[in-house]
Every structure is written in structure tokens, then in C-alpha cells.
Design a protein around this ligand. Structure first.
Ligand SMILES: C[S@@+](CC[C@H](N)C(=O)[O-])C[C@H]1O[C@@H](n2cnc3c(N)ncnc32)[C@H](O)[C@@H]1O
Length: 296
């Protein structure tokens, strides 16, 4: 159905979205995750940002575009652009959004030499938003990809414009040895693929405001959100489905067994055991929204 590649530019995402099955599975997962996060992480815009009819907003790596759609509906005078390198995600985002103030573009955050570069003009946006890039950007300090993302965002913002980054950790789960085993393998993949900043946690929620401050932004703030996804709680289904979907996709891609130090038998036992554990799970998910302002 897609004659062209499913993604554009060099691949950095931990999930191989050039593979049609991985691409479809990830899109379905992101659509559901997006709804839960738009509800849980409020307000949608930075605290200090006051939209005006001339405001322009861009969402970097927007995925299926749910955040953009919500903002476009709440602020019909504001112009919003969502960019992502996944053709299928952008086609989906376009198909569910027909607002005149909202546009989507296929665009990679890496150029052909694999340098992080936003293909957007200097001093042109009032707000740049990006959510959940932990699986895309390298944590290797020599590559400085997080720092470069922040400096590219600084470049495309107008003086007085805002940056807002939202990132999360791997879920915290009590009394669930099978799910722990799966999450341990998931964490190991993210560390060995140079995405996590530490061996036992992603640690991006600790780093995020540091990158924003180092990038020259002022009034930097950081707000934590703790989603309770214990059995019977509001975010249980959304986060449980999301977690299991990304684990299944990583398994299908061979990552949990090849890189996550898990045998096929261990995976099957842990996956089956997790289905039981989810019925009584006690669990939370830490996310952080951090914002800053480019000096006027
Ligand atoms: C975890 S998803 C987050 C999506 C969205 N920000 C959200 O929170 O719903 C990561 C996104 O990064 C996108 N992505 C991966 N590599 C990219 C690249 N080189 N340029 C632009 N987007 C990329 C993926 O297609 C995917 O939509």
C-alpha cells in the first residue's frame, strides 16, 4: 500500500518503524497513550504561555497528532504544525484533523548526515512542544543530541517564546516478579541502545530541566505527574496496554532476547505470568513536564 518508505531520514527510534507490523502496532499504541497523556498532563500548554491570534506552535515528533488536535480545538486562532518522520503517523494525524489552523508534515529531526537539525526557520515559533523523545535521542554525552535538540528549539523560537518537553520513566511496579522481569529487559534495551541515562532507570526526568537551562532558557520550571495505574484505577487500562504493547513490539523485533538478556522461554513465562499480575497490580508512572522561555 505504501510504495515509499514508511519513515524518512536516518533511523534512530528504538522501534523499527520501517517494518510495517512494528509501525502499525506502534501507531495503535501511541493513539491510546496520547489520549491518556493529554488528559493526565494538564495544562496542555506551558504555564507562562498566553496564546494570541498570531501565535505559532510546533510539536516535534508529534506521532499520531493528538496533542496538536487538542490544542488546535481549544485555541482555534492559533496556528499549529506537527512534524514526525513517520509517514503513517502523519497520514493518520491528517485523516482525523481537518481544522484550518492545524497542519502536519513529514519531517525528520536528523539530516542525511545524522546530525540533529530541525528543518524549520529561525525565530518563527511562540511555542515548541516535544513529548516522549527518550526512545529517539541518544544519551551518549559525546553525541550531545539532547543539548542539540534544545539549541535547535532555541533557534526556531521567537524571542520570548516557550519550550515544553514532557518525558517519563519506566513504570514503577510493586509485587509483580513477571512484569519486573519484562521491564528489566525493556530498561536493558534502552540502556544498551544508548537511550537511557542510567542502568536501572531512564533518568531523563532528572535531566530534562538541566538541558533546558543549559540551552539559555529562563524561568525554567519542572512539574512531575504521577499516574496511578494500579488495578481498578483510572489509568490502569491505558498504561497497562501501552506497557505490554511496547514490550510485545520489542520482543517481535528481537530486542528483548538479543539485547535484553532474556531467553524465549523466560519471555513466554514472564508474559503469561504478567497477565495474572495485571489483575491486582499496584503501579505508577512518573512523567515530568519541563518548560522554559527564550529571553525576549
Ligand atoms: C514515543 S513516540 C511519541 C509521539 C508523540 N510525541 C506523543 O507523545 O504521542 C516517538 C515519536 O518519535 C517519532 N520519531 C522517531 N524518529 C524520528 C525522527 N528522526 N524525526 C522525527 N520524528 C521521529 C516516531 O515516529 C514517534 O512518533
Amino acid at each position: 500500500m505504501f510504495d515509499e518508505p514508511l519513515t524518512t531520514g536516518p533511523q534512530a527510534y528504538v522501534l523499527d518503524t520501517e517494518n510495517p507490523r512494528v509501525n502499525s502496532a506502534d501507531l495503535v499504541r501511541l493513539i491510546l497513550q496520547d489520549r491518556a497523556l493529554n488528559e493526565a498532563i494538564q495544562p496542555l500548554l506551558p504555564h507562562g504561555f498566553v496564546p494570541t491570534p498570531t501565535s505559532r506552535i510546533v510539536d516535534i515528533a508529534c506521532g499520531p497528532g493528538g496533542w496538536c488536535g487538542r490544542v488546535a480545538a481549544e485555541y482555534p486562532d492559533v496556528e499549529i504544525i506537527g512534524v514526525d518522520n513517520n509517514r503513517k503517523a502523519i497520514n493518520y494525524a491528517k485523516s482525523i484533523n481537518s481544522r484550518e489552523n492545524l497542519h502536519f508534515e513529514i519531517q525528520s529531526i536528523f539530516d542525511d548526515q545524522f546530525q540533529l537539525h530541525l528543518d524549520l526557520p529561525d525565530n518563527s515559533f511562540d511555542l515548541v512542544n516535544a513529548r516522549l523523545l527518550i526512545g529517539v535521542l541518544s544519551s551518549d554525552p559525546e553525541k550531545r543530541q539532547w543539548e542539540t535538540l534544545v539549541s535547535e528549539i532555541y533557534r526556531i523560537l521567537k524571542p520570548g517564546g516557550f519550550i515544553r518537553l514532557v518525558e517519563g520513566e519506566v513504570a514503577t511496579v510493586a509485587y509483580a516478579p513477571h512484569l519486573h522481569r519484562l521491564l528489566q529487559a525493556f530498561q536493558a534495551v534502552l540502556f544498551k541502545k544508548d537511550k537511557a541515562f542510567a542502568t536501572t532507570e531512564l533518568a531523563i526526568t532528572a535531566m530534562i530541566d538541566k538541558f533546558i537551562k543549559q540551552g539559555g532558557f529562563i524561568n525554567v520550571k519542572k512539574q512531575p505527574y504521577l499516574l496511578n495505574w494500579s488495578a481498578g484505577e483510572k489509568y490502569h487500562k491505558a498504561v497497562a496496554d501501552d506497557t505490554m504493547a511496547v514490550i510485545q513490539t520489542m520482543k517481535e523485533q528481537g530486542l528483548l532476547t538479543a539485547i535484553g538478556d532474556m531467553t524465549e522461554e523466560e519471555y513466554t513465562e514472564a508474559f503469561v505470568g504478567t497477565q495474572q499480575e495485571l489483575k491486582t497490580i499496584v503501579a505508577s508512572w512518573l512523567l515530568v513536564a519541563s518548560e522554559g522561555c527564550k529571553p525576549a
